[in-house]
Design a protein around this ligand. Structure first.
Ligand SMILES: Cc1cc2nc3c(=O)[nH]c(=O)nc-3n(C[C@H](O)[C@H](O)[C@H](O)COP(=O)(O)OP(=O)(O)OC[C@H]3O[C@@H](n4cnc5c(N)ncnc54)[C@H](O)[C@@H]3O)c2cc1C
Length: 186
């Protein structure tokens, strides 16, 4: 059988992984369940959909977020390259036009002859086959992994729950803001 690597999930992580693998001359089968099935937070048919803030935080080299992005640039990260290309004014932060960002990532991945996009949900049955065939497989289905696959991962790893670590964002209540010195914009 022809050698390839499976990447499950065409989000931010999966799209970057597929690109980096293809860059090494290895074929990729990128499984993305959209547009056949959507998580509760996704709604766009494109890859690398940003479901949250459009800001990738600071671009300054004086803090960890900025240094990390600069390292990604040096490592030829596809997503950072496209984020720079589709950026919108955001002071010292890197923020993107989310629609344009996903569109350009999708175009890049689609035009890569080593990457085959397969629009289907990977279920327990499919994952089991990949394991039985000794296929190298990256699971990049994010915090909203489909239920069937999440159960399969639990079974394989023996872990009852999967964990997702996210940075806690401070919440400021509107009542506490002095609008004499702040302004509101939608
Ligand atoms: C409501 C919400 C708000 C968030 N806000 C923030 C924020 O403000 N800042 C921040 O940094 N992070 C935030 N996050 C986290 C955010 O999801 C991640 O930063 C980022 O999207 C993770 O990228 P990823 O590639 O791991 O997963 P995703 O971008 O979620 O990509 C996973 C992909 O896998 C696909 N998929 C899932 N299951 C299967 C399957 N079985 N088979 C095939 N495809 C499958 C999905 O359709 C999706 O396209 C938020 C998440 C949610 C849900």
């Amino acid at each position: 059988m022809e050698k390839h690597i499976n990447v499950i999930g065409g989000g931010l992580a999966g799209s970057e992984a597929a690109y980096q693998i293809a860059k090494k001359g290895i074929k990729v089968r990128l499984y993305e369940m959209k547009p056949n099935k959507y998580t509760p937070a996704h709604s766009n048919k494109n890859l690398a959909e940003i479901v949250c803030s459009n800001s990738f935080k600071s671009n300054l080299l004086t803090n960890a977020c900025g240094v990390l992005k600069e390292e990604l640039r040096l490592l030829d990260s596809l997503l950072i390259k496209i984020a720079d290309k589709t950026s919108v004014p955001a002071g010292q932060a890197l923020a993107v036009d989310r629609e344009e960002f996903s569109k350009v990532v999708t175009q890049e991945i689609k035009s890569n002859s080593l990457i085959e996009i397969i629009n289907e949900e990977v279920t327990e049955e499919k994952l089991t086959k990949m394991i039985q065939n000794n296929e190298i497989t990256i699971i990049a289905t994010g915090p909203l992994t489909s239920e069937n696959l999440a159960k399969a991962i639990s079974k394989i790893t023996g872990e009852e729950k999967l964990y997702f670590y996210d940075a806690a964002a401070p919440i400021v209540s509107k009542e506490s803001i002095n609008f004499d010195i702040a302004f509101f914009r939608k």
